[in-house]
Structures are given as C-alpha cells and as structure tokens.
Design a protein around this ligand. Sequence first.
Ligand code: FAD
Ligand code: MG
Ligand code: MG
Ligand code: MG
Ligand code: MG
Length: 551
Amino acid sequence: VVVLAASSGGGLVAYADSQPDQPQGFKKKKVVVLGTGWAGTTFLRNLDSKLYDVQVISPRNYFAFTPLLPSVTCGTVEPRSVVEPIRRILEKKGGDFKFWEAECFKIDPANKKIHCRSNVGTNLDGNGEFLVDYDYLVVAVGARSNTFNTPGVTENCHFLKEVEDAQKIRRSVMDCFEKASLPYLNEEERKKNLHFVVVGGGPTGVEFAAELHDFVTEDLSKLYPSIQHLVKISLIEAADHILTMFDKRITNFAEDKFGRDGIDVKTGYKVVKVSKDAITMQNPATGDIAVPYGMAVWSTGIGTRPFVVDFMKQIGQANRRVLATDEWLRVRECDDVYAVGDCATINQRRVMEDISEIFRVADKDKSGTLTVKEIQDILEDIYVRYPQVKLYMKSKQMNGIADLIRTGKGDTEKESVDLSIEEFKKALSLVDSQVKNLPATAQVAAQQGQYLATCFNKMQAAEENPEGPIRIRGEGRHRFNPFRYRHLGQFAPLGGEQTAAQLPGDWVSIGHSSQWLWYSVYVTKQISWRTRALVISDWGRRFIFGRDSSG
Ligand code: FAD
Ligand code: MG
Ligand code: MG
Ligand code: MG
Ligand code: MG
C-alpha cells in the first residue's frame, strides 16, 4: 500500500503563537476524532476548541439523529430532518476544527498515526489514502450490524442503521405494494410480496414493525384497497419475549398490542438462512420452517468493525469481542487513545481485584483492622471508583455501613467492631455481581462524549494538580472521577400513537400520554433549531395529510 501523506492531512501542526492566551511557542496538541455519530459529535460540541488542534474524520459529513430513523422508514419524518451537517456544527463552535470525509481503515498506535481512505476523491496514487498523526485519538466509530454469519442476510435483508438504510427500506416497502398490485400475479405471489419480516425484537425492530403497521393501516390501506387484506407483518425473535431490556409490564403490553394489531410475533424462533424468496427459521418444537417474504429487515444486534478488531489485536485485546476501556474511557494498554459509544465497553474494575489495596488505604492507623470510622472515611471514594458497591447497597436494601459490617461479621448485635481483612473481603465478596455493561444507546454515547470533552478541557490544569479517588498501585494517577452513567429513561414507541416509557426508578408509563412525552423529549433533544423545526413540521404534515406513498 502506497500511502500519500497528504499535506492537508499530515501536516497540521502550525498553530503556534496564534493564541493570545497561550505562551509563545506553545504548540497545541492534535486531537483526532473518528466518527460523527452520537459520541463523536457530542464530544466535539463540548470540547473547548481553543485548547486543541482538532481533526475530525468520518465517512459521512453529517450527524444523524438515530432515534427517528424508524420514522424515516415510512415517511413519517423526512430524511433531511434527522441529519445535521458536521461542518455546520463545527462552524458554529469556531476554533481549530478540520473535517475530512474519509474512513479510517487502520490505527497505528506505535507511531501514533491513522490510515484513512477518502470515499469522495482519489489522490495521485488513485486510491484516496492518506495518513493523519495524533497526540490524542478519540475512537467514536460506532458499531456495525451483526448478521451472526447467518447465510444470505447481507445479500437479502435490509439493515436499519444509517439514513440511507431507512430510505432504502421506504422505497422497498412501496415497491412491494406496487409489485403486489401487478395484474399478472396470483394470490399466492401477492401475499409473498406483502409479507414483511422484521428479525429482532429489540427496540429498533419493534419500533419499525409498529411504524410499518401504522403506515399500512392508516395510509396504504386507502391506496391499495384490493390487496390490503393480504398484508402480513411478522416479528421474529430468538428469545422468549420481545423488548427484554424493558420492564416486564412493557414487554407484556407490547406483545398484547401487537397481537391485537395482527402483527405476528414469533418468539423462540431463530433465523438460520435467508434466500431471495424465503426466510428459514428454527424452533426446537417445529424444526426448520421456510416462509416466503417480500421484504426483510435485520435488526438483531451489533458487532465490532473490522478495523477495530485489527486494532484490538495490535494492543493485546484479541480475545475480546468489544474494545475495552477503563472507567476513564481510555483504551486499555494503549496510551492516548480513548474510545466512546457503541464501539467500546467499559471494563469496570472489580473490587475483589483490589481488595487488599483498598484495605491498606483505608487502614489509616495501620492497625491491621478497620473501624467503622475508617470505613466511613473511605466509602465515598469506594462508591466513585467502584459504582457496583453503591448498587449492591441499594439492591440488598442495605442500611449503609452498619449493615455492611453486620454482613461481614454475621453478628446483628454489635455495630462498632473492627473488621479484619478476611471479614472485609467477606462483606464485599458479592458486590462485583452488580457490575453491568452499559447498553449500546445514544444516551450512553452522548454522555460519554460529554464526559470525555470535560476531561480534555481540564486536562492541562489537572496535570498540574492531580487528584481523585482511590489510586490503585500500577494504575497511575487519576486526575478525574471515572465516567458515571445517568440513566434518564427509555422509550419504546408501539404504534397507534402509543408509547411505553420506562423512567428511572422503574417508573413505567404506557399509552397516549407517553407518546406526547416522546414527542416532546425528541423535540428538545434535537441538535439544532433547524432540525427541530423540520421534525415538528413533518409531524404536523403527517397529522393533517398522512404519510407520502410515492417512491
Ligand atoms: P454512531 O452514532 O453509529 O456513529 C458512528 C460514526 O462513526 C458515524 O459517523 C460513522 O459514519 C463513523 N464511522 C464508521 N466507520 C468509521 C471509520 N472507519 N472511520 C471513521 N469514522 C467511521 N439509542 C437511544 O438511546 N435511543 C433511541 O431511541 C435509539 N434509537 C435507535 C434507532 C435506530 C434505528 C438505531 C440504528 C439506533 C438507535 N439507538 C438509540 C442507538 C444509538 O443510535 C447508538 O447507540 C448511537 O448511535 C451510538 O453512538 P456512536 O457515536 O457510538 O455511534
Ligand atoms: Mg460517534
Ligand atoms: Mg449517530
Ligand atoms: Mg459502549
Ligand atoms: Mg485500622
């Protein structure tokens, strides 16, 4: 591979002396951000643009508001209403930002360089490749759709990940209706064309099925009266229920509602093959069944992008499925590389790995035992460093430290007793069971982007004043508190102007009022006033005129 280090790509170092508030000869550090999705864009919007020389690399030059993609599949919302050009976002911020529309295909951490390939133009070598070097790299490239190597999926199914996918689905739905209307088809063939299959009963699959059902019953039934009774929507899920990440009440409501709507929910079925004309699924009781279909959407999960897998091999993470970071979102075993959003998971440190060290730090008087006071003094630091301890306390309705000691001692009478290391270990032995991976959601990605920007904004100041929670030997000094996720709730739109909402504290609300909550939250979460206005007008247009069926 001949790599041309484009002068525009490789040589962006000359920003010295341009900042009045920086000392003479001060060279800004180069931050390279890969990706313009939820994590990358939120990072960029919150980064203090005076402090760094920033280059952004992404194969698409816009941010996409993914929660509204299912609405795009049926024309409830227009594609342009859910995207915002990244250059407009950067321009609004001012400062040193460069954007390259290209895809990173290799990270070289040893030389602190990334290899990129433009998808819009070529260089003299005809391949559009160039190198970019970094001081800090922020990997925010999201995930790819996962077919789990099921044969025929890539060739025959639609995915629902990008705006283009949603547009293709919309065209495909209309094609199915037009095909089914052709004069020379028999009933069987019409039915096949009007069989819409959604694989995957997660939030995206469920919302798409609901949206499609509304589109068919509210709009298309009027336009295709002679074939509308042949339409069938199937939702296939390998687990026993759909929406398993939600409260049981929501799952039940959704399954009942879909049943009433005539959506065929097939739980316990695993799709094993997809051909041009049929989807083959498997169930222990029935064996393999092949059903003819007109269009299929595959929405079963996410996987790691190939170049990230390659990067993981280079840094000794070959045996992992997802790129691992520590709680500060630093890629493990790789200096100056950070990863946020769907492309990474936080490898939460276990209490049991550090228990002796925690004990040593807590035992201020070096007595070899811990008093209640000693434990109380360190508890806040423990909570910050090991959030599972706080979760554990809550989950067992434990009454603070007294109960912790009781558990350790197995003695409900005495409260003010000293704990030996063994007893301390016993008291905390179950807390690591509370470690959970964060979900792959926009909410997590955005909070991580924001957190990381805050760290970057304070990095220089913090280097001079290191401080933070308990430091574990060999881990270096922690200048900031670790990332902490705040769950603000989750929606599952179920069609017919009904939405299920699960808010913090397991507060569940289902129906038309949550639909209005959904509208208002998604309006406020819009990235600009422009998209906000567009989305509202799309909704208004739909209420008055219905969805458009051309295409
Ligand atoms: P993404 O937003 O996917 O961004 C990845 C970015 O990296 C993109 O700009 C991409 O072009 C770029 N990129 C890809 N490859 C490369 C490369 N090689 N080099 C450089 N750049 C690259 N979450 C919610 O919380 N609520 C919802 O209601 C919700 N609804 C959803 C509906 C749909 C249809 C989908 C698909 C997702 C939904 N999600 C929702 C999940 C949410 O969109 C993701 O969790 C979120 O987008 C993750 O953000 P990210 O920045 O990690 O990745
Ligand atoms: Mg991103
Ligand atoms: Mg996105
Ligand atoms: Mg993640
Ligand atoms: Mg002591």
